[in-house]
Design a protein around this ligand. Structure first.
Ligand SMILES: C[S@@+](CC[C@H](N)C(=O)[O-])C[C@H]1O[C@@H](n2cnc3c(N)ncnc32)[C@H](O)[C@@H]1O
Length: 215
C-alpha cells in the first residue's frame, strides 16, 4: 500500500519511535560515532540531533522510503552536520569498500528484508578499525516472552513495514563477521514487553579469514 508506506508509516515511526527510555539511550550511543558515518535506515531523522559535530565529518543517510526522507530533511535543517541522503539501489549500499569510520543502526536491522546481506554490506563499507554502533530490538531470552513475540509478530510486521520482533540481532551481527565489543540489554517498556526487548552497543569487523593480512 504505497499511501500507507509513504505517508502513514513515517508518521507512525516519528510518533512512537522515540519514547523517553529510547531517547536516553540514543543520547548515549549516537555521540560515539566519529569520522565519516553511514546511518542505515535514517527514518524520520531523530538521531541527527545527537551526533557530535566536532567528531563527525559527514553523515551518509541511507533511506529507501521517500516519506521518511521528507521528515528527516526537516531535522537535517536543524543541525550543522554535513548530511547526504542516499537511496538504496538494488539493496546494495552505494559506498566504496572501507569508506566509512562508523556505521550506526537504530531500529533498522529488525526491518531490512535481506538482513544478512545488508550486514555483510555494512562490513564491506567499514574501514579496518571502524565501528558498528547498534541499538535494536528483537528476540527475548525468556521463553514466555518469546512465545508472545511469535504470536504477535504479524502486528508489528504489518504496522511497521516488515518489522520482526523475533530476530536475534546480536547473533546476526556476529554471523556477518563482527565481534561485539560491548553490549547492554533491557526491556525498555513494560508493555508491550514482547516488542521492546532491546540491545545496544558496538561491534568491530573481524579480519576476513580469506584475506592475506589475516594469516
Ligand atoms: C523502524 S524505522 C527506524 C528509523 C530510525 N533508524 C530510528 O531509529 O527511529 C526502520 C527504517 O529502516 C528503513 N529501511 C527499510 N529497509 C531498509 C533497507 N534495506 N536499508 C536501509 N533502511 C531500510 C525504513 O524505511 C525505516 O526508515
Amino acid at each position: 500500500m504505497p499511501f500507507y508506506r509513504d505517508h502513514v508509516y513515517p508518521r507512525l515511526v516519528r510518533l512512537l519511535g522515540d519514547p523517553e527510555p529510547v531517547r536516553e539511550i540514543r543520547k548515549r550511543i549516537v555521540p560515539l560515532a566519529r569520522g565519516e558515518v553511514l546511518k542505515i535506515g535514517v527514518g524520520p531523522g531523530v538521531n541527527f540531533a545527537y551526533y557530535d559535530p566536532a567528531r563527525v565529518s559527514k553523515v551518509h543517510a541511507l533511506e529507501p522510503n521517500a516519506g521518511m526522507i521528507r521528515l528527516a530533511e526537516r531535522q537535517r535543517r536543524r543541525t550543522e552536520l554535513d548530511i547526504a541522503f542516499l537511496d538504496l539501489p538494488g539493496e546494495g549500499i552505494p559506498l566504496g569498500d572501507g569508506s566509512v569510520d562508523t556505521v550506526v543502526s537504530t531500529f533498522t536491522l529488525c526491518t531490512i528484508s535481506g538482513v544478512a546481506d545488508a550486514l555483510r554490506g555494512v562490513r564491506r563499507v567499514l574501514r579496518p578499525g571502524g565501528t558498528l554502533i547498534f541499538f535494536e530490538h528483537g528476540r527475548s531470552p525468556d521463553p514466555r516472552v518469546r512465545r508472545w513475540q511469535e504470536w504477535t509478530e504479524p502486528i508489528p510486521h504489518w504496522l511497521f513495514e516488515g518489522c520482526h520482533v523475533t530476530r536475534d540481532v546480536p547473533s546476526l551481527i556476529e554471523q556477518a563477521g563482527f565481534r561485539i565489543e560491548r553490549m547492554e540489554t533491557a526491556y525498555l517498556a513494560r508493555f508491550p514487553k514482547a516488542w521492546t526487548h532491546c540491545w545496544w552497543g558496538s561491534a568491530v569487523p573481524q579480519p576476513d579469514p580469506r584475506s592475506p593480512q589475516a594469516s
